[in-house]
Design a protein around this ligand. Sequence first.
Ligand code: SF4
Ligand code: SF4
Ligand code: SF4
Length: 272
Amino acid sequence: MVEKAILLDMEKCIACRACQVACKQWNELPAEETTFFAAAGGYQNPAELSPSTFTLIKFNEMEKEGKLWWLFRVHSCMQCVDPACVKACPVEPVKAMTYVKETGATYVNRELCIGCGSCREYCPFTIPVIDTEAEKSTKCNFCFDRLENGMEPACAKACPTDCLVFGDREQILEMAHKAVERLSAKGRHPVIYGEKELGSGTKKIYVLPEPLEYYPDLPKNPKVSEDIGLLHELLNPPSSILTGLGLVFGGVSWVANRKKIIIEESKSEKEG
Ligand code: SF4
Ligand code: SF4
Ligand code: SF4
């Protein structure tokens, strides 16, 4: 199948949050209690992705010629072409973090997920959020169930300004380069993010109207950690049974420790 992608032409974003709401609606995610917070001008809400928010409009700020500008950004799983989260998932023989070849979507199979947090740990964008009550990983699933039925992702369907456009990745990249020309002609300093990042790129292709320094939560040079295969090897040892048994116990204890750390981190984030 031809590789698909979503263009995120962020100059066209009016922060209406239709995409955020459509994502919640399609995934049947409940509302969550939110509070005003000092960062990002206080209009971004909620503050971060959570088990009930897979898509979030970020409100970044920029000062130029004595004026304050808002630079909006749709924040969610980047849907990497070569997803590290899938490699990191230790569940075998069928991964809980699943890559669907037919649609190119990466999604969490909740039936299989053990909530170990390895996908979050190794995600170069730190996207998956562990639902510590259900002990499951959560994130944007590229609306894999809509794609399987010939529909576009809910966020792209809902966007009223064509900021979000779903299509063949090659065509989306062409559109991204045209958007850069359009913005440069207006005196902006646009960048494309997602075309080449991590080598093979992502399926969310941003056109950001201003340089990356104005988007501090997007890593400049995202990388996948070199020890990514370690947990998988620990839990799925190759030949020697004795070595294998030792490694399995090591792996189980790693998972238990990771879960403990993630639950503690999540508690202190909530309290903070
Ligand atoms: S952004 Fe992270 S969670 Fe999303 S596909 Fe890439 S590695 Fe996986
Ligand atoms: S939390 Fe663990 S088991 Fe669940 S998807 Fe992530 S890596 Fe796989
Ligand atoms: S629906 Fe479109 S315009 Fe509205 S917040 Fe989302 S990306 Fe921006």
